[in-house]
Design a protein. Structure first.
Lengths: 84, 142
């Protein structure tokens, strides 16, 4: 697993949960950064992702993710990883 | 009569390049928050996975000013399909050390593109909780 800082997307409600837009990850507790701390609006968090989905700099690798999840519309597209 | 397979019998799933995948979130002293996807696992292409267990545990650590529902959830989204709840633990209590948990074992097979995720939420005002969420799958060659 590789640890990296990731942007959190979503609005925190049941239909649009706070999440990281990657196929496989685990948030690291205690690393949350908030856009609004009082309202608990998440902005970023450290996550652990599979080592075969990142590049040499430890950032999400578009080509590797697309190949690993080939044929999955949610992950096999040219913008995957752009919002991390 | 003898029955055989020209290339030899196919190995059982647990012998086809098996890889254990832990999807876990252990959060201690977590303050109230809206619905947050803590972890996610998606089955890669060319693989399948055996879902061996899901375990969810929540414990009230410090009392809130006003209690709201505290939830720990696991969801399953089939490849190309819609999200659905797989397992949930929840309570609404201000009592310190109040606990809820849910477990399921050997829930079945996952196909490439299927997703399992775990979530937490706490609608209380003040107070903290501990969350221990675990999903274990064994990924193998399809």
């Amino acid at each position: 697993m590789t640890r990296l800082k990731a942007k959190v997307v979503g609005s925190g409600n049941q239909e649009d949960l706070f999440r990281v837009n990657l196929p496989t990850y685990t948030m690291v507790p205690g690393t949350e950064e908030y856009a609004d701390a009082e309202k608990k609006v998440l902005k970023a968090v450290d996550v652990e992702v599979p080592a075969d989905e990142v590049d040499a700099q430890g950032r999400p690798d578009k080509a590797k993710i697309r190949a690993k999840y080939k044929g999955q519309p949610r992950w096999d597209h040219d913008k995957v990883g752009d919002d991390i | 009569m003898r029955v055989g397979f020209p290339g030899g019998p196919r190995l059982e799933w647990y012998d086809r390049n098996p890889q254990i995948v832990w999807t876990i979130y252990h959060g201690i002293g977590i303050a109230p928050h809206t619905s947050t996807q803590r972890a996610s696992y998606t089955v890669p292409i060319g693989k399948k996975a055996c879902l061996e267990f899901i375990s969810l545990f929540i414990n009230r650590t410090t009392a809130p000013t006003t209690s709201g529902q505290v939830r720990s959830m696991a969801t399953y989204t089939p490849s190309g399909g819609s999200i659905g709840w797989a397992l949930i633990a929840a309570f609404n209590s201000a009592t310190v050390d109040f606990t809820d948990k849910a477990n399921v074992g050997h829930a079945g097979a996952l196909q490439a593109g299927d997703n399992l995720s775990i979530y937490t939420a706490d609608a209380s005002t003040g107070g903290t909780c501990e969350y221990r969420e675990n999903i274990k799958v064994t990924e193998f060659d399809a």
